[in-house]
Design a protein. Sequence first.
Length: 214
Amino acid sequence: MLLIPSQCSEWRPVYRLLTALVQPRPIAWVSSLSSDGVANLAPFSFFNVVCAKPPTVVFCPMWSGPQALKKDTVKNIEETGEFVIQIVSGELAEKMNLTSCEVSAQVSEFDLAGLTRAESRCVKAPRVAEAKAFLECKLDRIIPVGEGSGAGCMILGEVLCIDIDESVMMEGDRVCGERLDPIGRLAGSDYCHTGETFSFERPTPEEVGRPGRS
């Protein structure tokens, strides 16, 4: 199958193939606070780490609906300059899915999903108390990408605080993936657990018979 996106009059077939091929994707469960104090919570599966100095993460909301409206999360972060990313453990998957419902900006998804607000350490946006790992962030920049329906933006945040429940930690400040049980997004309505893992040590230049970097 060959698909050339620039030749497509509709973006949805491109979206379906991209999300089917780029998987599993980690999920940023983003909490934010509106300027009038409504706590918003929404999941985004276009999410990753940018760099470690400064510690920076990125998630990418798409514009909402045929009118290409900004999502409440984007508006809140524009207004307040901060947000929290929760890592979604398997036990919270159903509640995470509830918060994907596009409700009025005056409705808090915390209440919709029966989740508990907890005070953050460095930002005003609340945390999901039931989650096991948090990245509290201040806005670095918002980069619009494309125009109209199917377009979106990149939101880069500098991580001010990393807070992890001791129950998922191991010796040496390492996170136990099995205990954290982060879920990933697949295509369509499908999700996955981390499941079986395997490891590789990065080879040295000597091991592959090539000169190293100077």
